[in-house]
Design a protein around this ligand. Sequence first.
Ligand code: HEC
Length: 192
Amino acid sequence: MKWTIGILAGVLLAATSCTSALSEAEEKAAMEKGASLAGASFKALSAQLQHAMKEGGPAHAVDFCSLNALSIVDSLSEAHGAQIRRTSDRIRAPHDRPDAEETQYLHAMLEEWKAGATAADLSARAVVHGDSVAYYQPIFINSPACLKCHGTAGENLDASAVAVINERYPDDQATGYAMGDLRGMWSIRWAR
Ligand code: HEC
């Protein structure tokens, strides 16, 4: 039964996603480009986040991120000629809501992670759609600092940050995480 469902799901995926295979060299280049753009974006965001944390603590940093995170990532997109996004199955910012294909890949990553895959096992993936390439890379809660804004109230979620989070993100779903949790993924797309 499980097999039948698995095969059916595979066939459905292949039929609906309209992907064609990348050549080995193209796949390698896509993985390298995706990893380098995700790395540069992470660096830019975390440098600004750390600066804001130092300047005014977690509440100020939430405020700063709510005003600037999207434009920091958007200006990187512009500079690199790619569409760079972060997304999650439990979003904080409404603009990070996953589209249909992102949802598909997020769920696949979550399944693997729930089945015991660690950050080291769970690799990024590159998908081609005719004339564009999509690169999806998992994002993990990889530092206790993340928990100040994504952890659990009464435990490690920063009390001063909570008020600003609730004010800026009334539909926030991005708390309750623990170290090592799969938080979401980078979604990076560019013309082939
Ligand atoms: C100072 C508080 C703060 C800290 C610390 C923090 N975040 Fe966030 N995070 C936010 C805010 C605010 C947003 C929404 C930003 C926006 O409006 O675009 C966010 C958004 C995200 C998103 C995008 C998906 C979504 O839910 O909108 C990911 C992924 C993410 N954070 C991961 C992390 C990780 C991993 C760490 C630790 C390395 C971390 N965050 C540390 C406040 C924080």
